[in-house]
Design a protein around this ligand. Structure first.
Ligand code: SAM
Length: 357
């Protein structure tokens, strides 16, 4: 977030249906930062209003976007533009944006990722270039110069929110939705979950050093093999554990060892670099399994999917995260996120390695 004088709320994009979990998380995390507040939930969008509003800069300083679970993207709102005329929406948006005190480094046109909001994608595309031109003439548009990111969130054809975020403390993609390659050869669409997790949690440097030939992985609940396929794509050697059948291309791959065993019983003979796990099980069982692998040093890094209940999802995630965090060394890291390609689930990333960026 990047609050300015007229900022009044933190706006957070989340998955439709998970607004109350997003609100519970924001309220709890703000309280930890010493900031009270309340939330208004909309369609895939949650507003957090600090009380008093002057507390917004405290949140911006203390809350790390990377640590948030149910928030895909966020910004500090500084204007609500209503009654935008259909024949010239840009002029009132540009007038409202005139309060931005310095050139912006990026502009993100956004809209709710919901059934009602998706039809606004076309309008967002049409407005993008003229809005950019207007901003360049006003506060200025200087990519890669370290200025704030400007968000223009269309709520319908005549209403938009304007807000700012810090490029280093927000998602690098509009709405927090990464553009991923299609991976047409992969045996399942689940591949996108692991691909997004890698994009979201690992730095370029970590990806290059931790995912390359010579690295080893265990994939629990591997069939039909989307995650194993992606690990092989990076050259990682994989033990794929599942009683179900793997795709033929993986059975023929000498870099894949298919083990038809129970994922809760299986243990590697030697420690591996990676544990990945997509078994459909109750979250506390998966969290306990991951904690065991990490505390015994059976794996160095892990990406694990946690299936969530229909209610109290934030409470479920935060209690399981505590179990896993206790199994990590002091300089280890644990992150969780409700990814765009997740459904009723969140994806966890844990590493015993300290931060190297
Ligand atoms: N990640 C996989 C992919 O990319 O193709 C999809 C995994 S699918 C959602 C869940 C898998 O977990 C199923 O193939 C199921 O057989 C497996 N599974 C569930 N319980 C298991 C257990 N106790 N041991 C091993 N595999 C298990």
């Amino acid at each position: 977030m990047w609050p300015i004088d007229s900022s009044d709320a933190v706006c957070a994009w989340t998955r439709a249906g998970m607004e109350s979990d997003c609100a519970a998380e924001l309220i709890e995390r703000a309280a930890v930062a010493g900031v009270a507040g309340w939330c208004r939930t909309g369609d895939g969008l949650v507003e957090f209003h600090p009380t008093p509003a002057e507390q917004l800069p405290t949140l911006a300083r203390t809350m790390a976007f990377r640590e948030l679970v149910f928030i895909r993207q966020w910004f500090a709102r500084f204007a609500i533009c209503r009654d935008l005329p259909p024949d010239d929406r840009i002029a009132p948006l540009a007038r409202a944006a005139a309060v931005i005190p310095q050139p912006v480094s990026a502009i993100r046109m956004e809209y709710p990722d919901t059934d009602a909001g998706r039809p606004l994608a076309r309008l967002a595309r049409v407005l993008a270039r003229p809005f950019e031109t207007a901003i360049a003439r006003g506060p200025g548009f200087q990519p890669d110069r370290g200025g704030p990111v400007l968000h223009c969130a269309l709520l319908d054809g005549s209403t938009a929110l304007l807000g700012l975020s810090d490029a280093a403390n927000s998602a690098p993609w509009p709405l927090g939705i990464p553009r991923l390659r299609a991976h047409r050869q992969a045996p399942s669409r689940s591949v996108l979950k692991l691909d997004e997790a890698i994009a979201r949690f690992l730095s370029d440097n970590e990806r290059a050093t931790w995912l390359r030939p010579g690295r080893t992985a265990v994939d629990l609940g591997a069939a039909p093999g989307g995650w194993t396929w992606l690990l092989r794509h990076y050259g990682v050697t994989v033990s794929a554990v599942d009683n179900g059948p793997l795709a033929q291309s993986l059975i023929e791959d000498p870099g894949v060892d298919h083990r038809a065993e129970d994922g809760f019983q299986y243990r590697p003979r030697r420690p591996v670099d990676w544990l990945v796990c997509d078994m459909v099980e109750r979250p506390h069982r998966i969290a306990r399994l991951l904690a065991e692998w990490l505390s015994r040093g059976d794996c160095r890094h892990a990406i694990v999917n946690l299936k969530l209940p229909m209610k109290q999802r934030w409470q479920t995630v935060s209690s399981q995260v505590d179990t896993i965090a206790a199994a990590l060394p002091g300089d280890g890291r644990l992150l969780a996120n409700q990814l765009y390609h997740d459904r009723e689930e969140v994806t966890l990333f844990a590493t015993r390695s300290p931060l190297t960026r």
